[in-house]
Design a protein around this ligand. Structure first.
Ligand SMILES: [Zn+2]
Length: 431
């Protein structure tokens, strides 16, 4: 039932998990707080002045060695993957996670304390449409030793294989259909693991300051140290499968695909999440709908070429969508019987998304009386034709911003493939 849920979900009441961070060793309380539909999953550092917020999104990924860290500088949040796996497994779309320190508690090294806290907080429908990522055709992702095959599926299914030259691990494989029930039963209790042989080198890098034999499975050459026992003989692969669930949560969407992962790592999982974000089709509540876009952009039919803004990262990055249909007026003459979107209009659509990014600098000001002019285009490249039925995903990044002028780099993708790219200079002027 939950796999077909139509509404976004948050929680009914707050819940907390307290303990020590695995890598920082700092005592922290993580408190889940209800959030309204469309809010997304957002961390809040209550220990810092101004209580800065960091959305759980790929754009925030900061570090990937032995953990997934998001945010930047002193607002970095380490080891978010176990907490986020529980959030994603319960299909919670909107949530504030308030932290009193830099890293959610590692607890027993598993996902279970977070899963149980969230289950007690009672996931509840909050309306709106969940953002769902699906793929239309299979593709592969490789990153270092990690390899993934992604295939279309109606729900999230993981087939994971790991290999370690250790008597308790060797080669382990498992397939998991990720639902709240199966996650609770088959994955949530699986603990993270590490080897005594690598303790010194990880500590030298400033990692695992909070590690003990009660918050991870610690292995020496023969077995589990201190006579610890495993929860399953294949607890290791189960943990790695659940880590993937947590890292995929950074797409900001519910992922519906069959993922076959071999030797997954956090670096690999994040590369997978990025590839899914690019190649996948995203449905659900936009970050800015067409009404909001029309508030900011003066363009109107047939020249308004942005349908939705799906990601905004401050004034640094924006992602917009244009759904290209056969009903576009330009297809009537470009060309009869052979419809191709004119390249200059692809660039115009990209520029309109860029205009939204530039205008976001003036948020809260009188944007009605401001207008964006484009001053130059550089390095324009058309990589492949755009046809009726394509969904173009425009990603724009601010390269430089001075006063009222800026330089942006834009890339357009269809099904994960680059269709066009350009660098553009623009300025904001009063009307
Ligand atoms: Zn983990």
């Amino acid at each position: 039932m939950s796999q077909n849920a139509k509404a976004r979900r948050s929680i009914r009441r707050p819940a907390s998990v307290s303990g020590t961070g695995l890598h920082t060793g700092v005592a922290t309380e993580a408190t889940f707080l209800p959030a309204p539909a469309g809010h997304g999953v957002v961390f809040r550092r209550a220990d810092l002045s101004g209580k800065p917020e960091v959305p759980a999104l790929l754009t925030e990924v900061e570090a990937l060695e032995r953990r997934t860290a998001i945010g930047h500088g002193d607002r970095t949040i380490h080891t978010v993957e176990h907490l986020l796996a529980a959030v994603a497994a319960l299909e919670i779309d909107d949530l504030t996670v308030e932290l009193t320190g830099p890293e959610p508690p590692i607890a027993d090294g598993s996902f279970q304390p977070y899963f149980e806290a969230l289950a007690k907080a009672e996931p509840v429908d909050v309306g709106g449409e969940p953002t769902v990522l699906t793929v239309a055709a299979p593709f592969t992702v490789t990153e270092g030793d990690a390899a993934y095959v992604v295939a279309p599926a109606k729900a999230l299914r993981l087939t994971v294989t790991i290999e370690w030259a250790h008597p308790l691990i060797g080669r382990q494989s498992g397939t998991y259909d990720v639902t709240p029930e199966s996650f609770a039963r088959d994955l949530a209790p699986a603990r993270t693991f590490g080897f005594t042989s690598e303790i010194e080198s990880l500590k030298a890098k400033g990692l695992i300051k909070g590690a003990t034999s009660s918050n991870a499975i610690v292995l020496d050459e023969r077995g589990v140290v201190n006579g610890g026992t495993l929860r399953w003989p294949d607890e290791f692969v189960r943990h790695k499968a659940a880590d993937i669930v947590g890292d995929l949560a950074l797409t900001g969407a519910r992922v519906r695909a069959h993922i076959v992962a071999t030797r997954p790592s956090h670096v690999g999982n994040v590369a997978l999440a990025r590839a899914l974000s690019r190649a996948g089709k995203r449905s659900g509540v936009p970050r800015m709908d067409i009404g909001r876009i029309m508030d900011v952009l003066p363009h109107r039919y047939p020249f308004l070429l942005v349908d939705r803004i799906i990601e905004v990262e401050g004034s640094q990055r924006i992602v917009g969508i244009k759904n290209v249909t056969i009903n576009e007026p330009f297809f009537q003459g470009h060309f009869p019987g052979h419809p191709i979107m004119p390249g200059v209009l692809i660039i115009e659509a990209m520029a309109q998304v860029g205009g939204m990014l530039l205008m976001s600098h003036f948020e809260g000001q009188d944007v009605d009386n401001k207008v964006v002019y484009f001053m130059s285009l550089d390095h324009v490249k058309f990589r492949r034709p755009v046809l009726p039925g394509d969904q173009i995903r425009f990603e724009l990044e601010m390269i430089q911003f001075r006063g009222k002028t800026c330089k942006m780099k834009g890339t357009g993708f269809v099904d994960g493939q680059v269709v066009a790219e350009a660098e553009m200079m623009a300025m904001v002027a009063d009307r």
